[in-house]
Design a protein around this ligand. Structure first.
Ligand SMILES: C[S@@+](CC[C@H](N)C(=O)[O-])C[C@H]1O[C@@H](n2cnc3c(N)ncnc32)[C@H](O)[C@@H]1O
Length: 225
């Protein structure tokens, strides 16, 4: 396991031990509405008319995204992968019908196959004590692997450099620069949502050969504005 993953595992294992299945337990801060908003942004990758799709939630934590999927009666086949055994054990107990994988996403081998959607709410937002350059390489590796494992689309979030306050432990990326890299290396079918008030953005990447136009817009969730 790479050293970034070791640091992440140690950090999130402790936040979950301390705060349990809450937004603080996955270090998303005390405001649970912010956590929910981020999760909604992940589900916006789903296209209407694509029922029973498979989804891999990378860095799934204790399964908060699946809770939102259930709340919205969305018919999906969900799998989650996370480094932290304590969170995965909790998630398994809550939802034994899903696939829960305890391990490093970057080490998943090809036997896991592909998923229609791959989402990641929060691995690329916190760098802890890792240097910016090292984190940039890690981010590229993670994004490329997510895209290679999806059949339809990927969603992930990252802190924006369009902010007036920066914190040492968070990972900021210029949205225009990251979008440029994605469009030249991975796909031109992209959406960027920089419109919500959390000093971060969500990027949506779709496969070039997927017939997006035959599907509707993204799904609307209960209570979504
Ligand atoms: C900010 S938390 C978010 C958890 C969950 N997505 C949520 O929003 O409730 C980030 C999670 O990513 C996990 N993680 C970090 N790097 C990972 C990796 N390489 N493979 C799998 N999980 C990872 C951490 O253990 C942690 O649970």
């Amino acid at each position: 396991m790479g050293s970034i993953s070791e640091k992440m595992e140690e950090h999130y294992k402790q936040t979950f031990e301390k705060h349990g299945a809450t937004s603080l337990g996955v270090d998303w801060g005390a405001v649970s509405a912010d956590h929910q908003l981020r999760l909604q942004k992940m589900l916006s990758v789903l296209l209407e008319g694509h029922e029973d799709a498979t989804v891999l939630d990378v860095g799934c934590g204790f399964g908060s995204l699946y809770d939102l999927i259930v709340k919205n009666d969305i018919s999906l086949r969900y799998s989650g992968v996370d480094l932290c055994e304590n969170m995965i054990n909790y998630a398994k107990k809550q939802h034994p019908n899903c696939e829960w994988i305890n391990g490093d996403f970057l080490s998943l081998n090809s036997e896991h196959g592909t998923y229609d959607y791959v989402v990641c709410n929060g691995i690329l937002t916190q760098k802890l004590v890792v240097g910016q350059k090292e984190m940039d390489s890690f981010a590229k590796e993670l994004i490329k692997k997510m895209f290679s494992m999806c059949n339809v689309g990927v969603a992930f979030n990252i802190m924006t450099t369009h902010a007036n306050y920066f914190t040492e432990n968070l990972y900021y990326r210029n949205p225009a620069e990251l979008l440029g890299w994605i469009m030249s290396e991975l796909t031109g079918k992209v959406k960027l949502d920089h419109s919500y008030p959390l000093f971060e953005y969500t990027l949506y990447l779709y496969k070039e050969d997927f017939p997006l136009m035959s599907y509707g817009a993204h799904r609307t969730l209960k209570g979504e504005v």
